[in-house]
Write a new protein. Structure first.
Lengths: 114, 113
């Protein structure tokens, strides 16, 4: 069965430090991959997405993610975290045509220390 | 920009009440979704609709129904609200192919007392 795993429930980093949020998926083919961010009390905003091509994807707010087929991973990175990046981050997989299903991870909550 | 609007951001309802959560999107998207979000459980799909009057059950449809009479509007109905339905409800929409981006509304916080 398809699944998405975000192994870190909480991550705390200092402002200015680098960040990597992990995402692993289980799916038989190359999926469509997404990262979303959710600020407190708000809906989810798309950070970036991967469909095909270059495996390093650039997104908004200085984020990037790298698709690694051999590791079934799509980790999110940012070289220097800002206090405003404190939020919850969700990785998601779009199942290949045939269904309309998207599978979301359980999220990673990021805390940024001043 | 795509706009998904959930008309009620915060609701408090009594057990047994019928509850309507309304969602409107302005980008002519075919797909619309209702998710429920709970701490530690992430987003769980309640129902989705791929066309007017068409719907399919998601992972947790029990206790919920939906209505899509117009393309831009997708309503979630709790026939008889219960306390275990206290949660954040997120509406979303997308174009027809599953690889397309989902756009989310800001969410509706429902408390059932």
């Amino acid at each position: 069965a398809q699944s998405v795993t975000q192994p870190d429930i909480h991550i705390t980093v200092s402002e200015g430090a680098s960040l990597e949020l992990r995402c692993n998926y289980s799916y038989g083919a190359t999926p469509y991959l997404f990262w979303y961010v959710q600020s407190p009390g708000q809906g989810l905003q798309l950070l970036l997405k991967y469909f095909s091509g270059d495996t390093l994807v650039q997104g908004i707010k200085g984020f990037e993610a790298e698709f690694k087929r051999s590791q079934s991973s799509f980790n999110l990175r940012k070289p220097s975290v800002h206090w405003s990046d404190a939020a919850e981050y969700f990785c998601a997989v779009g199942v290949v045509p045939g269904t309309y299903k998207y599978i979301f991870g359980t999220g990673t909550r990021l805390k940024v220390l001043a | 920009d795509v706009k998904v609007t959930q008309s009620s951001r915060y609701l408090v309802k009594r057990t047994g009440e019928k509850v309507f959560l309304e969602c409107v999107q302005d980008m002519d998207h075919e797909n619309m979704f209702w998710y429920r979000q709970d701490p530690g459980l992430g987003l769980r799909l309640i129902y989705f609709s791929y066309d007017v009057k068409m719907k399919e059950k998601g992972d947790i449809p029990e206790g919920y129904s939906v209505s899509r009479e117009k393309k831009e509007r997708f309503s979630l109905i709790l026939e008889s609200a219960s306390t275990n339905q206290t949660s954040m409800y997120l509406c979303a929409s997308s174009l027809v192919l599953s690889g397309n981006t989902i756009y989310f509304g800001e969410g509706s916080w429902l408390t059932v007392v």
